[in-house]
Design a protein around this ligand. Structure first.
Ligand code: DX5
Ligand code: ZN
Length: 219
């Protein structure tokens, strides 16, 4: 599948959000990534459906909501209504994951499942037939700008093989600490969708140049 740059706005300048998104879109990012945190599943609070709705008004690009929240099933209608195209939920956050994944699909969104760095690939084997995307966290979720955990790379390779056995297109996304140094490692391990926050929105070279440099590594 085509490789995707998915820009996480978590570390964008929110006083200039429209301008920041417009610049990233002009640099030809592929998707917008929304990091949703509740101060309970992760030790930070970020944004909710209202920000998703605002982003939907700014761009027509695909948007995915990465729910780092307890009881994710309760919030699926709100994010679907806000206009996100794909909703990802953590396998660790939900004791009834099949019901939640079905609910995402029933609300007209594509379905994503997320694994924390410490969660093995086997945790998602039983849901492979229900999903459109697997997200492997390469940092413990909660904050932007953290250091890439290279120990997750063998798991990315393992999941690439799992995807191969499903005869459907499933994105293999990686999220956390991706920059010009770690992107090539993630590509080599088999990821095809790259969530990138700080290396785009906090890059000294500016958003446009940052995206171009990252894209050149994906050729
Ligand atoms: C971490 C989030 C990530 C992260 C990406 O909890 O899921 O999306 O903010 O930001 P960088 O690229 O700065 O690690
Ligand atoms: Zn994320």
């Amino acid at each position: 599948m085509k490789k995707i740059i998915n820009a996480s706005i978590l570390n964008a300048d929110f006083s200039n959000l429209k301008e920041q998104i417009d610049q990233a879109v002009a640099a030809e990012i592929d998707w917008i990534h929304l990091d949703i945190m509740d101060g309970h599943f992760v030790p930070n609070i970020s944004m909710g459906p209202t920000i998703a709705q605002i982003c939907r008004q700014i761009t027509t690009l695909p948007m995915d909501a990465h729910l780092m929240i307890s009881n994710p099933n309760d919030f699926i209608p709100a994010f679907a209504d806000a206009g996100v195209n794909l909703i990802s939920v953590h396998v660790e956050a939900d004791a009834h994951i099949h019901r939640t994944l079905r609910n995402i699909k029933d609300h007209g969104c594509k379905v994503g499942i997320v694994l924390n760095p410490g969660t093995p690939a086997s945790a998602i084997e039983s849901v492979m037939d229900m999903i459109d995307l697997v997200l492997v966290m390469s940092v413990d979720p909660g904050f932007g700008g953290q250091k890439f955990i290279a120990n997750v790379l063998p798991k990315v390779e393992q999941i690439r093989k799992l995807i191969h056995t499903q005869k459907r297109d499933i994105y293999l996304q990686i999220d956390g600490g991706i920059d010009v140094d770690t992107l090539p490692l993630a590509i080599k391990a088999g990821a095809d969708s790259f969530v990138i926050g700080s290396a785009i929105f906090r890059n000294k070279k500016g958003i446009f140049e940052a995206v171009h440099q990252l894209k050149s590594l994906m050729q």
